[in-house]
Design a protein around this ligand. Sequence first.
Ligand SMILES: [Zn+2]
Length: 282
Amino acid sequence: MPELPELEVMREGLTSQILGRPILQAQAYHPGILKTVDPPAEALVGRPFTRIDRRGKHLILSCGEDLHVVLHLMLAGRLVLSQSDTKITKATGFVFGFDDDEDLRVIENGTIRLVRLHIVGEPDDVDSIASLGIEPLSDAFTPEALTELLAGRRRQLKKALTDQKTIAGIGTAYADEILYAAKLSPIRYVSTLEPEEIDRLHRETRAVLGTAIAEIRARAGGALIGGHSRDFVRVYKKTGQPCPECGTPIAEIRYAQKKTYYCPTCQSSGKTLADRRTWLTK
Ligand SMILES: [Zn+2]
């Protein structure tokens, strides 16, 4: 799933490529992709996109102040620019046709369709936007703000980092990278963190996301990115490979239906963490 860094680079690509181009057509092809009925998709016709924003894992394509397309690409959604006479395939979910014979298409392969699109008067009209937590690259995300967010919560670190209502935009891949960089165990309870550890978590959250944006931007070269090459990551999906810091093989645990990758030496004092499924049944 694209996370904050991939979406931020997509936002930049869209900003440089689609702003100001009058929309001739806005049409859903996958039933159910458009989650709103008012305003209708036709309300976009004749207007150009004026601004592209990202909030959490959502892209917000705005036509002025009063009309916004909120897009969540979920697991497998992609955006492509194609010539308007290119065949609409089964994977085409939604098309924004511009007046210069090019389309912005929302593409989702497969039979399980999760991509969702809202057309709204205010981005906050979408519940998953209104409930979003703090943006980790914003000025508001300070060590003090993070301390406050984690205070008094009986939650484990991985869970807290990936909770969109706490911090927006971080998913399982970058949470693993951040916790590895901060040398903190993914299953550590947030209430046990020392102030120095929260400072480190804050610093590494920004550093890991900032580096990822720069790496992805370099790979995209200004184009809308198709796949999401994450060849720069250090632990995510690296089970069995040596830790870049200490050489210990990277381990994995299954946690909340997803795998978590970590270095037993750097992050959990040399201990291999018990698989959560085994834990829960003990
Ligand atoms: Zn290590």
